[in-house]
Design a protein around this ligand. Sequence first.
Ligand SMILES: *Cc1c(COP(=O)(O)O)cnc(C)c1O
Length: 393
Amino acid sequence: MERLIYLDNAATTKTAPEVVEAMLPYFTEHFGNPSSVYGFAAANKEVITRQREIIADTLGAKSNEIYFTAGGSESDNWALIATAEAYASKGKHLITSKIEHHAILHTCEYLEKKGFEVTYLDVDENGIVDLEQLKSAIREDTILISIMYANNEIGTIQPIREIGAIAHEHGILFHTDAVQAFGQVPINVDEDQIDMLSASGHKLNGPKGIGFLYIRKGVKIRSFIHGGAQERRRRAGTENVPGIVGFGKAVERAVSTMEARTKKERELRDYLIERIEKEIPYCRLNGDRTKRLPNNVNFSFRFIEGESLLIMLDMKGICASSGSACTSGSLDPSHVLLAIGLPHEIAHGSLRMTLSEETTKEDLDYVVENLKEIVSNLRSMSPLYEDFVKKQK
Ligand SMILES: *Cc1c(COP(=O)(O)O)cnc(C)c1O
């Protein structure tokens, strides 16, 4: 059989078999609309409440602070747009970072067109937000700070607790896009002083098309999808019962396995990093070495086009990414890699590999052997590399 090594778990993950199994009865037997009066369907209300409790427990939140959405992008859009609208009379300034997911950045651009002002914080060479710059960006009219928990491209984890404390010292709401971090690092919304948090099912072995927004009690936020009275009148639409059940199961699973799973992933991640740094010349690890998601590896290889690298890896059955899935197809280098200060030509030669619990050391050995050969072949075809080698002599 052809070998398939899936190292693109930041783009999406395999739905766990027990998640699928938990979901199936909600397509077939228990298909009722939770808003219906008869017991057969109304029982699904309890089922949803139970999932809300499971999720809330893992965050130290209350179950009525969890609002189901159709995924991370919707949660991000909702948090930003509805907060901006609800607090516009207090101020029209928001703070975010230059390395957010496009679900945040493009929503900020939309808000700028609607008359809001947004400050985009720089990050250092490892992708970490500068807390002093954050403090000095705060104004009288700042209503929201939105900084991602962990970055989807380079895996850098932000000093979330410090950011939450700064926001609250100034009476400003704090939202975090935790789509990559949730299920990978322990999160507590009180200790981290988080007012709103976005998460998504398909990034932690749950189904696609389901997410949630945590909204702290007392935050004035408008509904985003208008219609029925679902989700405490804040998010209309017949509940995605199978999705919610699958999400609950995935969260339960991710949290109960977190310690052992991430320990193993961290070891394999560091093994892969070490081998690449030792065996492939002219490469650079992107992102912070320690404040990093357990499963993220991101390298730039000089004199290489990331796209060519991906195609050659694909021919060997290796699935990886050269940036964010949403940006491939465009020729612009990743905004994240530019924000950490990489020149365009180096940002173009980047490769992201994101591991899963199923990744083995043998997989990674196979990847390194192929990567070495591919990088060397691609470089041998590069006139820039030829010039470079001549100059070295
Ligand atoms: C995947 C991702 C999203 C979008 O989530 P969807 O559920 O795919 O809409 C948002 N933010 C980050 C950091 C992500 O990795």
